[in-house]
Design a binder for this molecule. Structure first.
Ligand code: BGC
Length: 926
């Protein structure tokens, strides 16, 4: 099987779900009985739903197709784009009418209309033609708008206040400064027809207009290398403005700009936080008005005494400033703002998804391990903060310490947070009930230890808010084995907790950085979350963080400039390749082609005869660190050369593609000559070495057979336990399946002793841990580097979807599917789905009375090879109709065109739709 590292675009399916699949669609229905034949839905622009303020001049448009007929596909499309909603309603496309384009393309269709000026609103819709050339109705309208396309359009000035005084607890060398409140009152003679606020900051900003927060995002503009670029967001505030006086404002916190980063401390980019805001107003009579941040604004300080991502927020409600963001507020004791910034970044549209509150969790348990100390438990580890609700006398000080685990005495274990104080403090206003949530921090936690609560406090006093990049969930997976299902659930939680503007290593300690070993997690991530926009944004961070010689760094945005390391720097190639593979995105590759290709030069400079020097971290945190570093590096060199050849080919650079393919062959040969002993042993005979060689296809067939045996033996030598680390764990299960040893893969879940995935569960994990021995019978690992929310060792997710459910693709973008479930172990059933860029792919199998029953869902506009298991002669029926018997295909079922034997599988060619197969004689007995 083609080893692909896959992922998915998160468009919730509008197709029929779950149990309804098979019943709703019979192979014998005629097209007239089935009603709606093909309809476009879930329109996306640059991966986002209705994005505002883009600065790409040819945005890419995508949609999925729904149908209740089998084998339906788009044969043509037409896109209309208009500058107003009413023009679009009348089908008057003043910006672009693509006309009828004969094409099946429904992903990444580039806008080809009139040149788009700054601030243009673009309303669009699409219709499609089906296989019988029948047009669909028009889709629901969607929108994108353009931002400020040139730096010169920013009339706004960077503003802030530089005289904030530290008054919070702080400690030692830290100097926490209060958040700055900024405001400007202005008058409108008439109501605007449209108003858009463009805003960014050096820090993190919360915009306000006429008394309320603008937008639902938190921690914007996120983290970039502020010396190079900063991203703005656009907010439609048309309905928020009044005739007469209005007040535009913002609260400005430290964020990544001035706050703590890693062990470096504060002020990495600058000491002065700044706001840049520009409000554009359009009136019905054609006139316009602009309100910008400038010297006429005033600034003050209020209740937010400290706001730091690691340290937490300190809020004194007695210092709240009533009405500061409303007209008529007396700001006479506020000072004029300070102007200018110590950095001069390019101001660009934010390509990423905003951080938002994405859920709430009520308290699961409340304990009092010591007098005056309450411990709130939220049942699982995640990223976010809490909402406090209480009634207490003025000046009551409630201190909330966040942590992931408990000490034996029931207090919260916080040693592993290292220098991250992870503490929020709220000082009560007094009087009526008070509700408070921090705005400029987040924590990774399951428990909160609270001091200072009044005696009437109960479980409802504190509620957890889940926060992170607001990305659509793309998948679900469960099966009859609780160890596997819980492992998948824990990895899901960890993946989500670590998508906060960028992919972070962990959400709790003084780190939370874009470590570039994330490529190990990306395939699992994309099966769970539509992270395309976040990763598109991170790709620029990766490029910005390169060393002067072009080498990719260990962290992006980079703060340490640690030396180049294989296993880390590879994100520079493997992230854009994954986006190409999953979303058919060639745009990002084209934009950064030279930088991406430069990664191969980094390897070359550190190699001799195609074998890379033994440098870098090796298989970080493997219990058995014996896998040679040069083996790891050379395997990754080969992998990067292989995918680089694909990327070059995708861009039509055929000469370069063949040069990379030649390079790949040379490295592969050198790998075999250097690391394979005459008896077939690879490297140090470690699990990781075999996993890499097999997963990356570095072996000839005979070598691969030996390697598979030796890998299975290496696992047996450890008595069924794992000895892989961060770099090779994600390859282990795919390598076993690829080598035809799926049973050995299932067996890895049969143990619950150390080190294994079952062991994490045995020790009470609700998320994935950084170390196999993060917690043992002896207690927590003594090292400070001990995260309980680190994804790398838990990256089985990709295998759960791709091998257990069998959801795979044979071409970029999931247009041609390979559905190939691999039942095994003691599994009686497995079910789930992946919301691919083309729509929902469902796979739901069960072994019942010796039959293999498989319900599937194939999205419209895709086709699939269905690979069904068999051991000996089988009969296959679809919804009661025999489609395979006596070794031959029986035509007649709508949507199924042919079938053939392929060793131990029967392969059926299918069009889109829902099907229910039963295989008799598959020889499966869980
Ligand atoms: C991070 C890891 C990272 C490693 C490399 C750790 O502190 O959390 O994710 O890959 O350092 O040294």
């Amino acid at each position: 099987m083609n080893l692909r590292i896959l992922g998915w675009l998160g468009m919730a399916s509008v197709l029929m779900g779950g149990a309804a699949w098979a019943a709703s669609e019979s192979g014998n229905l005629s097209s007239t009985e089935t009603g709606r034949h093909l309809a476009p839905a879930q329109l996306r622009c640059e991966y986002l739903k209705d994005p505002l303020g883009l600065d790409t001049t040819h945005p890419r448009l995508s949609w999925i197709l729904t149908s209740n007929q089998r084998a339906q596909a788009q044969t043509a499309y037409q896109i209309l784009v208009a500058a107003s909603e009413s023009l679009l309603t009348q089908d008057r496309a003043d910006l672009w009418d693509s006309g009828k384009v004969v094409s099946g393309q429904s992903l990444q269709v580039e806008y080809q209309g009139k040149a788009l000026a700054s601030r243009t609103s673009c309303y669009w819709k699409v219709r499609v033609w089906d296989k019988a050339d029948r047009p669909s109705a028009w889709s629901q309208p969607a929108l994108w708008s353009m931002g400020l396309l040139s730096q010169t359009e920013w009339a706004a000035k960077w503003i802030g206040r530089d005289d904030g005084q530290s008054s919070g607890p702080g400690n030692g060398r830290e100097q926490f400064l209060p958040a700055t409140f900024l405001r400007k009152e202005f008058t409108l003679g008439k109501r605007p027809a449209k108003a858009v606020l463009y805003l960014t900051s050096l820090g993190v900003a919360e915009p306000h207009l006429n008394g309320d927060k603008v937008g639902e995002d938190y921690l914007s503009p996120g983290w970039t290398d502020f010396r190079q670029r900063v991203y703005y967001r656009a907010y439609d505030v048309t309905t928020r403005l009044n005739v007469g006086s209005n007040t535009l404002g913002a609260v400005l916190g430290d964020g990544w700009y001035r706050g703590h980063l890693s062990i470096i401390g504060q002020n990495l980019y600058g000491k002065q936080t700044r706001l840049l805001a520009q409000l554009h107003l359009w009136f019905a009579d054609g006139s316009t008005q602009v309100v910008v941040s400038d010297a006429t604004w005033k600034g003050g300080f209020g209740p937010i005494l400290e706001a730091d991502l690691y340290a937490g927020e300190t809020y004194d409600a007695r210092r709240e400033i009533q009405g500061w963001d409303q007209p008529g507020f007396n700001d006479s004791d506020w000072k004029s703002v300070d102007l200018g910034a110590s950095v001069n970044p390019a101001v660009e549209a934010n390509p990423g998804a905003p951080v938002r509150r994405t859920g709430e969790i009520p308290t699961v348990a409340l304990t009092h391990p010591k007098p005056g100390l309450a411990v709130f438990d939220y049942g699982r580890n995640f990223s976010g903060w809490t909402r406090l609700r209480l009634k207490a006398p003025a000046g009551t000080r409630v201190v909330m310490h966040f942590g992931e685990m408990l000490n034996p005495d029931g207090t919260v274990y916080r040693k592993n947070l290292r220098a991250a104080r992870a503490t929020d403090t709220y000082v009560c206003r007094g009087g009526t009930e008070e509700t408070w949530e921090p705005r400029f921090t987040y924590h990774g936690f399951q428990y909160v230890e609270v001091e200072g609560l009044p005696t009437n406090a109960g479980p409802n006093t504190l509620r957890a808010i889940i926060a992170g990049s607001d990305l659509a969930p793309t998948g679900n997976f469960e099966c009859s084995d609780p160890i596997i299902t819980r492992t998948a659930a824990n990895e899901r939680v960890t993946i989500r907790a670590n998508l906060v503007d960028l992919p972070t290593d962990c959400p709790q300690r003084d780190e939370r950085m874009g470590w570039t070993d994330y490529h190990e997690v990306v395939a699992s991530t994309l099966y769970e979350q539509d992270a395309a926009s976040l990763l598109t944004k991170w790709m620029t961070d990766l490029v910005d963080a390169r060393f002067p010689d072009g080498a990719f760094s260990q962290i992006a945005p980079d703060v340490h400039h640690f030396p180049w390391s294989p296993g880390w720097a590879d994100s520079g190639v493997l992230i854009p390749w994954t986006l190409y593979w999953v979303y058919a995105d060639t745009h990002l590759v084209a934009r950064y082609y030279r930088e991406i290709a430069g990664h191969l030069d980094s390897y070359k400079a550190r190699s001799q005869g195609f074998v890379v020097h033994p440098i870098g971290y090796g298989d970080w945190l493997a219990p058995d660190m014996s896998t040679p570093k040069d083996l790891i590096a050379t395997a990754l060199y080969a992998r990067c050369a292989e995918v680089m050849a694909e990327l070059a080919r995708a861009l039509g650079k055929t000469d370069e593609a063949s040069a990379f393919a030649t390079l790949h062959r040379s490295i592969r040969t050198a790998f075999q000559q250097t690391f394979i002993a005459p008896d077939g042993t690879i490297g140090s005979d470690s699990q990781g070495g075999y996993a890499m060689a097999l997963a990356f296809d570095l072996l000839d067939p005979e070598q691969a057979r030996h390697a598979a045996d030796k890998l299975v033996a290496a696992i047996a030598k450890k008595d069924g336990h794992l000895s892989t680390g961060m770099v090779t764990t994600h390859l282990l299960l795919p390598a076993l399946s690829r080598a035809g040893c799926t049973e050995a893969a299932y067996r890895l879940f049969a143990t619950s002793s150390f080190p294994s995935w079952g062991y994490f569960l045995h020790m009470g994990a609700t998320s994935m841990w950084e170390r196999w021995d993060a917690k043992t019978e002896k207690g927590y690992h003594p090292d400070g580097m001990n995260s309980f929310n680190h994804a790398n060792l838990g990256t089985c997710t990709e295998w759960f979807y791709r091998s257990v459910l069998g959801i795979d693709s044979t071409e970029p973008g999931f247009g041609k599917l390979l559905l190939r479930p691999e039942p095994g172990g003691h599994l009686r059933w497995a079910k789930g789905y992946y919301d691919s860029p083309h729509g929902r792919i469902g796979s739901d199998w069960e072994i019942k009375k010796g039959q293999f029953i498989w319900k599937i869902q194939i999205p419209a506009n895709t086709t699939a090879t269905l690979s069904l298991p068999r051991h000996g002669p089988v009969t296959i029926q679809e919804n009661g109709h025999t489609v395979w018997a006596h070794g031959a295909f029986r035509p007649g079922v709508l949507g199924l065109s042919s079938a053939k034997l392929n060793t131990d599988r029967v392969e059926i060619q299918a069009g889109s739709g829902s099907y229910r197969f039963s295989v008799t004689g598959a020889g499966l007995n869980p």
